[in-house]
Design a protein. Structure first.
Length: 191
């Protein structure tokens, strides 16, 4: 009799082990389904996807395994995410400084961000000019207070001082009749 009980316990343990394995596979399937639903809406970085899946209460080991599988299937890609992120935010009128900061918050390495910002082929000074014209109109600022207001706005949008100055200079050149003396201030001081 004791031998029969031992065999029974061993078979129960074996079936419990296979049940645990099937439970973990079912959990990974559920995690993968959640991840694919998230990715269907928009691109996510691997760090952002991991954070969202962990926030839903999934185990870190299972989340990491699912993300590795999704990466192998090319369903999640930091390269694709960075490219789409830069394109989208530039279309919204945001500059490289702000885009870089937001990508850093998403867990993207600075080297990758710099590479994609350079290869994006965007003229950031022209974009700064377009954003300034859309917000304040085509005329140049007539006072230092107005100039400072426009500069702060463009800095908030993520443009650096060189891009802001280039935007003002391009507007001054395009208007032709407006000179630095007419505007009442130097177009190239540090602000």
């Amino acid at each position: 009799m004791p031998q029969a009980k031992l065999v029974k316990k061993l078979s129960e343990a074996s079936s419990a082990g296979s049940a645990a394995t099937s439970d973990s596979k079912a959990a990974e399937k559920a995690i993968e389904a959640t991840a694919v639903r998230l990715l269907a809406g928009r691109e996510h970085s691997t760090a952002e996807l991991r954070r969202k899946l962990l926030h839903k209460g999934h185990l870190p080991e299972a989340v990491d395994a699912v993300i590795a599988r999704l990466r192998d299937k090319k369903l999640v890609s930091d390269d694709r995410f960075v490219s789409a992120f830069i394109r989208h935010h530039a279309q919204r009128g945001q500059g490289p400084v702000r885009i870089r900061a937001e990508l850093r918050q998403q867990g993207i390495a600075d080297e990758m961000v710099d590479e994609y910002l350079q290869s994006a082929g965007l003229d950031w000074s022209s974009l700064a000019r377009a954003v300034r014209v859309r917000k304040f109109g085509a005329s140049l600022p007539r006072s230092m207070a107005e100039r400072a207001k426009q500069g702060r706005f463009l800095q908030y949008r993520g443009f650096n001082s060189d891009q802001i100055r280039a935007a003002w200079q391009a507007d001054a050149e395009s208007q032709g009749s407006v000179t630095e003396a007419d505007a009442g201030f130097d177009l190239d001081p540090d602000f």
